[in-house]
Design a protein around this ligand. Structure first.
Ligand code: G3P
Length: 219
């Protein structure tokens, strides 16, 4: 399972990329807004800066609600960076836009997916990846991770090439479980990435190694 960072914060992306474990970035309008980005030009320059830091797909979301607008935006975004994945929502207009953009050869990250049927529709339309939102399903009392597993199983059963990107990851267990049910990619907030690194026994073990070494070497 590949790991992406789910943020539009340049410093977090720089710090996360330094670990050598990140192979892509996902953004969305809310994450962009958190960084004070609210217009196309600043979104474009932030995305270009991200693409300079991370060598891999960068997901950039459209904000139009109608298919024509999504298609125009998607075609424009596709010119911004070397490896763009245009994020399109799982709506009727979205599926229409996905099928047009896919026919153009533009890669699509089908976002806001909350059911196997939406994932199946996106796959038929030509989505490169589909993003089921785990945390937001948990929020309303559904087991979000189950949806990820169900989509993985159905895609495998029918030899569907669309990959499954586990999104709306809120904690480390979400990431572990996404890997266990076969997600191809998990996109994690920077905070979760840091939590994934941590283990108290690693810290305690390292303290012991270093203090034993110092004692033996008389330093
Ligand atoms: O990748 C989508 C993700 O950013 C949504 O996360 O925590 O806002 O549900 P969240």
């Amino acid at each position: 399972m590949r790991l992406f960072l789910d943020t539009a914060n340049i410093q977090e992306i720089r710090d996360g990329a330094r670990l050598g474990v990140i192979s892509g970035v996902t953004t969305n309008p809310s994450l962009a807004a958190t960084e004070g980005i609210g217009d196309r030009e600043s979104y474009k320059s932030a995305v270009q800066e991200i693409a300079d830091i991370v060598d891999g797909p960068i997901s950039v979301e459209v904000v139009s609600l109608d298919s024509a607008g999504m298609i125009d935006e998607g075609r424009e975004i596709a010119e911004w960076i070397p490896d763009p994945w245009v994020k399109i929502p799982s709506t009727p207009d979205g599926f229409e836009a996905i099928s047009t953009l896919a026919k153009d050869g533009i890669k699509v990250n089908q976002t806001l997916c909350f059911s196997v049927n939406q994932a199946l529709l996106g796959a038929q339309a030509g989505s490169t990846v589909v993003s089921p939102f785990i945390g937001r399903l948990d929020d309303i009392g559904h087991e979000g991770i189950e949806l990820v597993g169900e989509i993985v199983d159905v895609f495998e059963k029918h030899h569907i090439q669309t990959q499954v990107l586990a999104a709306s990851i809120r904690h480390t267990l979400h990431c572990t479980m996404a890997a266990q049910v076969g997600a191809h990619i998990a996109t994690v907030p920077y905070r979760v990435l840091l939590q994934m690194v941590q283990h108290p026994l690693t810290d305690a073990g390292l303290d012991r190694f270093i203090s034993d070494w110092k004692k033996a070497s008389g330093s």
